[in-house]
Design a protein. Sequence first.
Length: 544
Amino acid sequence: MVIKIMSSYFCISFHFLDSAFHGLADGRRNEWPPSPLRVFQSVIAAVASRRCMEMMDAALRWLEQQPAPIIIAPEQKSTPDLAPGYCLSVPNNSMDIVAKAWCRGNYSNSGDANPAKHRTMKTIRPILLPDSFSVHYLWPLSDTVDDHIRDNINKLSEAAKGVIALGWGVDMAVAECRIISEKQANELAGERWMPSNDIVSGGLRMTVKGTLDDLVQRHERFLERLDSNGFVPPPPLSAYTRVEYRRITEPMPHEVAAFSLLKSDASGFKAFDTIRMTSAVSGMMRHTAKLTASNAGWSESEINSFVLGHSESKDGLEHIPVGLERFAYLPLPSIEARSDGKSRVVGSVRRVLITTFAGENQSKILWARRSLSGQELIDEKNKEPVALLSLIPANEKIVQYYVRPAESWSSVTPVILPGYDDPAHYRKRLSQEIGADEQKQLLARLDHRIDCLIRKAVVQAGFSKSLADNAVIEWRKAGFWAGTESADRYRVPKHLNHFSRYHVRLRWRDENKKPLRVFGPICIGGGRFYGLGLFARFGDQLLQ
């Protein structure tokens, strides 16, 4: 028998009993929303507690091979860095010291022999959420749900009754499984988190075929961790993947082609000075892309518009810009960890991205990945090759600083304003002897003009006016990143030299002024197609 259910979902809902979530991702970073792998583990724990793994085997294997679900979760009341937090006294894994003391015959309740002495204070900062919140995981079902799928869902529904937590043990929750209609899904309260197809090093952990077997094996090894040979720790879980999630209100990510810049003999990285050579590297990339496209049979008009960024000259007129439908060549300064391992410093250019700020140009980016790897960059003056392009994945560590979603971004190269910031010559009047009130008014007008131009640059780079209007923006001549120089020191193309430039920090907000994660690459202003006005993820969201 086949039951027709149009536009339906298999839904697992977790109803939490507290207003906090303690679960952590890798690097001890707070995880939100809870990952699909965490859901799978909680269901397995419930099944194992009822000692019915064999009976549930088929249903669990069906669940582990489902695609990444849609997640509906409540908005956070506070981010982890703003949460008050609390401290716990926990063991500091020093029982080997206690054991050695006991082996020496010291069974006293003092010094190394006392386990209570070997403790440390641990700060806990959970994510704060609405009281008694719920998180829902939705897997789309086909138009037909056959008996096999319905039997799996019925078994999972029964197993879900045994769930007691999702996250840490203190994250107590009850679960339910059911099939819901699209109308019912739309009525569920919370933010919609959609899976992305991007390949990432971060993201939420997700099951793959083999996750169940790996978890069972790990549990068996855990039970056998103590034997005649001593303590043998169980192996970490390895059979899983990662999926990047974004809120449905967040902009879609751009396709990118990433390359490392190697020496001509491919013996190592070729480094270019960020201050003097950013636009030069971009120009060499543009020239290489032009030659490669020409050899690949691209039409002259397509090369002029998409590769070079201008239409054909007519009657001696200057080239006309073609908008966002073109390649952007973005040299990437390295983000380097210094001696303490924590501070990040902007270094030289050793990588480059090609992307577009328009919508659907995936085929062009795929062409760039296939065709430009192995090509040489030619110095414009001496016509000699100076670097070799080598394709690298988008999840390469430095590239991730420029493409992974984040709420806070700061420029690594200065933003060139898309217009004059002082058309009324306020600065000239400020240099004269004027009263304090007039000086204050003129400075406020200058700030307003710069603010408007930066928001205009955000829109010109392809972002919505809503994002531009709600963003929190700071600007100054000195950089926000360590290693950056004054904005006026950076070499820019001659036709942009008369426009003011500033280092900028962007903090994205939605219409409700809530923090919003936005995918990179982000490059705004008059030099956005040359890598000037390029931003990297900034602040407490740096990669671990």
